[in-house]
Ligand binder design. Sequence first.
Ligand code: SF4
Length: 392
Amino acid sequence: MNFKQIKELLSYYLHFRQKPLVIQMPITSRCNSRCKTCNIWKLSDHVDIDHEALKKALRDPFFSQVKTVGLNGGEFTLVPNFIDIINSVLILPQIKDIYCISNGLAPKRLFEYLEKAKEICKQKSVKIHICISVDGYGKVQEEVRGIPNCFKKTKEILDFLSTNKDKYCDDFSVGCTISIHNIDFIKETEMFLNTYNNLQVEYHCAIPNKRILTFDNADYYVLNDERKRIQAAEFFFEKCITSKSLHKRIQYFSNFYFLTHNGHNRLNICSYTNRDVTIDEKLNLLLCATASEVIGNLKEKSATELTKTKCYKKTQKEILNLCDNCVHYTYHPLTIRGRVEYIKFYMRNRYVWQYYNIQRKEKSFFSVHINFYKQFTIELLRQIYHLLWKLQ
Ligand code: SF4
């Protein structure tokens, strides 16, 4: 653990805010989908972010450390001046990565925008990443999106990007949002996505979310149906046991643990409590997009001014009270408690069967017991070293 990481942990536990490294940026409220897990498309006013005002707002020294910007919506391919927005984001002095999320319903415009964006970003050594939302295979995707015959467009994008990625982006991945509408078919979706070689897929639960206007009524949430909650927990358990990377195993473990605790006991830190922020399409400044109220508008005040207001501190306090019930951003590092829980889980899974076998043999030799406890202790120390000290 280096000094920066220790500072990060202290900032999280002591609740002092640092300058943001990441901005989440929903740039439009327009959408061409009718997703069952989102209400943005029901809005009648279609607002795109004002790129000139955005550029002005991002010049504030508060944003001087931002390295990553996530652009989403609504649907970003519907924004006519998307490239101007990219240019506004590129004025950030430390920017390194731009992540875009698309519902995959407009292949032609997506490729056109990505090609141009990649060209501009390359000149500034900024990487562009695209994540396509795939919530099911065939009819399941169409049901969740609420758009008949849309799966072929999504598949067209996946097929094309998996062989022609370099022209359009530096990195391409899929996000699969799990809800009561698709959990019954999750293995089918997984099998379909596994047909693409080396495709990165991010599975996460659809949760109540203020930004997409579902905070008070998230009927799609798997916690609303006991059978589906258990199905989702089983899915994450299997992913946790079978994933090759430690980071993935930990991420899936957090989801599994949260679901088996009925939507409580978050095990990851969340950088939106102490560092990162959201700027929405109206240029409102918020902390996380999930639970934060609007702190103020960046057309009226600079971010530096807004972070000195009472509303900023109040909002920070409020979201902290909600984090335990939130399973967003499980790719953020584990809390110390999360690391201890993971070690317990891992050791139990790895040794319980061996232990049971030793105990049930009436005459097992003393040396067998000694050997078992020796192995167990070495592995436990190894896990403590990795999870409590080395792992970020
Ligand atoms: S409510 Fe969720 S997204 Fe918001 S700060 Fe807490 S953990 Fe992060």
